[in-house]
Design a protein around this ligand. Structure first.
Ligand code: C2O
Ligand code: CU
Length: 386
């Protein structure tokens, strides 16, 4: 654990064979945040059946987006992902291979231990001062994780795999990463140590030490009080293909709450969308090329990291305030108690898609629905057998 890192170069055709050796409840691979054709999306029960022990399934899709993504099982995902059925998926630009130190760090809690990649202790690396460093942080948990970097200024250059416009220097800031989300941070290796901490846990994290230095050197700062970066005010504005004043073809409102609801025919406490739990949540229907507005309201007490498959959404407003920084395209974002988010997207990826909370225990308690393109009944495709 985790699964093997999968890397590709922009424009590659990616082919991945999933073989289920012995996971009784079945497995799939979902390419989180990646705009794959719907039939490759790995949503068990929607785009494919779960792969049973002894069976296999071949995923095949073009690597048309660059950036940091991840993959995970989407069958009983609250258990499977928690236990380690996930890995990183990174696509780099054709013609400019990664230079310097480029590290992908999926963060995951195994009980009270936090793993960074495949290490569950502090990771040390020697790096020559001046080396360009890119750290790709992936939150594979169901709750937000907090990152700080001590020892050098840096920039948050990409969110959910998509570059920010003119990201400015950061320092004593805390980056709060939603469940399922990714942050790429970049800096030049300083002459002294640089330390990445997760949730201010000084026993773990990543320590980059300049070549030639003897040991960890000076202690690491207490970063617990460093203020949270407000992403909606970070970077510089740039033109976007639409904004909050555009004419939307479809508008959906999702009110999130924890209530007594019907899940199928049984009433139970559930994490609900508009008072209903999956599979009783009505499907959202769009037509190809629709401009779609989604308003997400959190009326409950829990954080809901929202995740739409197959599309990145542009953040239009949070709590009635439009972003003043870089355009923000995300696939995973924390809707906190009391929050109202407006996000929009152009419906250009026909298929059947999951739209759900990425706190996977909330997902299992019903906080999910389908988004379907009109006229599409099944995205299943040809033979995937082994
Ligand atoms: Cu990362 Cu529907 O999942
Ligand atoms: Cu939730």
């Amino acid at each position: 654990m985790p699964g093997p890192p999968i890397t590709a170069t922009e424009g590659d055709l990616v082919e991945v064979t999933l073989r289920n050796a012995d996971v009784e409840r079945g497995v799939t691979v979902h390419w989180h945040g990646y705009e794959v054709p719907s039939g490759e999306d790995g949503a068990a029960g929607l785009t494919q059946e779960a792969v049973a022990p002894g069976q296999e399934f071949v995923y095949r899709f073009p690597a048309s987006q660059v950036g940091t993504y991840w993959y995970h099982t989407h069958q009983v995902s609250d258990i499977g992902v928690r236990m380690g059925l996930y890995g990183a998926f990174v696509v780099t630009p054709r013609g400019s291979p990664p230079s310097g130190l480029d590290l992908t760090l999926p963060v995951h809690a195994f009980g009270s231990t936090t793993a960074l990649g495949d290490q569950d202790r502090a990771v040390e690396r020697r790096v020559a001062p001046g080396t360009p460093v890119r750290l790709r942080l992936v939150n594979t948990d169901s709750t937000p994780r907090r990152f700080t970097l001590d020892g050098t200024p840096y920039r948050l250059v990409a969110v959910d795999g998509r570059d920010l416009n003119e990201p400015g220097p950061l320092g004593r800031d805390t980056l709060v990463l939603a469940a399922g989300g990714r942050y790429d941070i970049a800096f030049a290796m300083p002459a002294g140590p640089a330390t990445l901490l997760v949730d201010d846990d000084h026993a773990g994290g990543l320590r980059l030490l300049p070549d030639g230095s003897a040991g960890p050197g000076a202690g690491v700062a207490d970063t617990a009080g460093w203020p949270e970066l407000d992403l909606t005010r970070y970077g510089a504005p740039a033109p976007t293909p639409f904004d909050a004043s555009s004419r939307f073809d479809r508008r959906f409102t999702m009110v999130l709450d924890r209530t007594l609801a019907l899940a199928g025919r049984t009433p139970k406490y559930a994490q609900t969308v508009n008072g209903r739990a999956f599979p009783s949540t009505p499907t959202q229907v769009v037509r190809e090329n629709d401009l779609v507005l989604m308003t997400i309201v959190n009326r409950g007490q829990d954080i809901h990291p929202w995740h739409l498959h197959g599309h990145a959404v542009l953040v239009l407003s949070r709590n009635d305030r439009a972003p003043t920084g870089s355009p923000l395209y995300v696939d995973s974002f924390d809707v906190r108690p009391g929050d109202v988010w407006q996000v929009g997207f152009r419906a250009t990826n026909p298929g059947l898609w999951m739209n759900h909370c990425h706190d996977l225990s909330h997902f299992a308690q019903g906080m999910a629905l389908h988004l379907a393109y009109a006229g599409i009944t099944t995205p299943f495709h040809g033979s995937h057998g082994g």
